[in-house]
Structures are given as C-alpha cells and as structure tokens.
Write a protein that binds this ligand. Structure first.
Ligand code: SIN
Ligand code: FE
Length: 288
C-alpha cells in the first residue's frame, strides 16, 4: 500500500465530493494525506518568531489552546504570537472542514503547536524520542477510543524539509508488538486517576496504545527491522495523519506548525479500520 495519498490542491475552496470521499477513505485506512501545494503564509512581522530563542528554557514547542492561551514562549509580543497560533488553528480547521466535511458534527479541536527548534540530535529519554518509529499515545491524557488526528505544515524559510519515516501498517505493528504486552492490572487505572497521574481513567485501549508506543520506541531491533520509508515534506506543504494509527518518526527539520483534533469513534466513516477495532479483533475483547 502506498503510504501517501497526494492531493494536488493549492486552495481549500470547492474541494469536490470525489476528492473528499477518496481522502476520508485513505485517511481512515492509515494513509498520510499529503498536500504539497498547500502552505501557510506567515505575515511579514511573524518571521521574527522563526527562532528557537522564542522557546522558554524547558519547552520544546510553543503551544496554544483557546482556554489556556499560549505556553512555552518567552517573548514580548505575546499578542502577536497568539494571533499567529490562532491563525494556524483556524487554517487547520479549514483543512479538516474542506477535506472531511463528514467529521463536522463530532470533531473537537485540541492544542495548536509551533515547533521552532531543530529536532535532530536533541537528547531525550527513549519514550520521548520521536525520531524512533511509534504511534502516538499520551501517558497522562487517556483518549478512551477518541482518535488523534493531526494537521502539519512545514514553514521552514530556508528550503529545509521535515524528514519523517513512515512505518508498517497498524495491523502489522499490532501483530508484532501486542503479544509482548500484558493486560492492564485490575484497579491500576483508578489509582492513576486518584493520584492525578492521569486526567481521567486510563481505559484498556489507552493501556495497550501506550505500551505499544513505549515498546516500539524501546525495541532497537524492531526499529531496525520494521518496514519503513523515508519521506521529505518540503517547506509550504501540509499533511494530515491519524498519528494514533500511522507508525511515524520525525528525523529532522525545523519550523513546523501542528494542530491536534480529537474524533470520537462514532464520527468515523470506516470504524472497522480504527486502532480500537483492530486491537479489539486481535485481542478478542472489548477495550472500552
Ligand atoms: C511526532 O508526532 O512524532 C513528531 C512530529 C514532528 O514534530 O514532525
Ligand atoms: Fe508522534
């Protein structure tokens, strides 16, 4: 299976129904929807934000959501930074609305992130090392079956691509990794919630997804032997991915926007290809 579904659009106006149907099918099958001609133009004064010096000392990214505002940045013109983050959030929202109108009733917008630091060569623990193949899962924020859909745009001003690796289909990852994972310990999810280690109860689905994430990253033999293809996303290109399903690794690059969305399972058009259904079929039990 080709891992990319490339769409030739340079604008989001009048996307035809056929393109929308093809896009949603490919997206839910686990492909990356790649829009090589759809960029995100910065306003001239926003070029000043294209520096890792923008980040506060312990932050890797600038993050924004409408309730908590902007975090992770040390700068004077916070209002202008917030306006840029909001503009990308609304651009990403437009991408989703135009390509996947079927999601409109159920999708929820999450955090917006701006990543002005070079990602290669950054020291980190193996669990946080996104240069290793993984599927996304959050240790502290259980999703309980909700999908993690992300829109990325490379805004590098120097012609530098975002280099990713795309791994094996989700089913293959499950077959190789899940047999090594023990089921959740009874009562643990309530302890994690009670001691505020997780926001809400970690479902069995979250347990398996998180352990899959950790085990993929921690197994260097898997990292070497898994089927994988490198892909270069050039500046002013956009891609949309279910990062809870598509095995990916981000090797290098600098200056990226990312917008996270959450979609409950009932919002999917092809639910049978979701990670939840694939895991439930493989394990022969309900996980939510
Ligand atoms: C990731 O989701 O693993 C990181 C993506 C990126 O920063 O390019
Ligand atoms: Fe990731």
């Amino acid at each position: 299976m080709d891992v990319l579904e490339t769409l030739d659009l340079s604008s989001l106006e009048s996307v035809d129904r056929e393109t929308q149907q093809k896009s949603i099918r490919s997206l839910e099958e686990g492909k990356v929807i790649y829009l090589p001609k759809l960029g995100f133009a910065l306003n001239p004064h926003e070029n000043a934000f294209l520096t890792p010096k923008l980040l506060s000392p312990k932050s890797k990214n600038v993050s924004f959501d409408s309730r908590r505002g902007v975090h992770g940045a040390d700068c004077e013109n916070k209002d202008e930074l917030k306006a840029m983050m909001e503009r990308f959030a609304s651009h990403a929202n437009q991408v989703i609305k135009s390509l996947f109108p079927a999601y409109a009733d159920h999708i929820k917008q999450g955090r917006t992130s701006f990543r002005p630091a070079e990602i290669s060569g950054r020291p980190s623990s193996y669990r946080k090392d996104d240069t290793r193949l993984h599927v996304d899962a959050f240790p502290a924020t259980p999703v309980r079956g909700n999908r993690i859909l992300r829109v990325f745009t490379n805004v590098n001003p120097n012609g530098v691509p975002r280099i990713w690796k795309l791994g094996e289909p989700f089913e293959t990852v499950v077959e190789k990794i899940i047999p090594w994972i023990h089921g959740p310990l009874p009562g643990l999810s309530y302890l994690l919630k009670t001691f505020k280690i997780t926001k809400g109860v970690r479902s069995a689905y979250d347990h398996y997804m998180l352990h899959m994430h950790d085990m993929m990253k921690g197994d260097l033999e898997y990292q070497k032997s898994a089927g994988q293809t490198e892909f270069h996303f050039p500046p002013q290109s956009t891609w949309v991915v279910y990062t809870d399903q598509v095995s990916h690794a981000a090797l290098s690059g600098q200056f990226l926007f990312e917008q996270t969305f959450y979609l409950p399972p009932k919002g999917l058009c092809h639910e049978e290809s979701s990670p939840l259904k694939i895991l439930e079929r493989f394990l022969g039990k309900k996980l939510i």
